[in-house]
Design a protein around this ligand. Sequence first.
Ligand SMILES: [Zn+2]
Length: 64
Amino acid sequence: MTAADRLARIADAHVRAILEGGLFDDFCMECQLPWPCPTYVWATTERNVCATWNPLDDEDGEDG
Ligand SMILES: [Zn+2]
């Protein structure tokens, strides 16, 4: 499974809740956060996956 496939599965799990009546704000079915939830946004954002997942980037910070 590629990284893109995993992101697609995450995005597929986090779906917008559709409620009748309009009494509630839209939220995520998976994590109950206001829609669009941070996880969905993260999973659907175009990015360079290799660069994002390199932990050395954080450890080699500008602060020294
Ligand atoms: Zn969610």
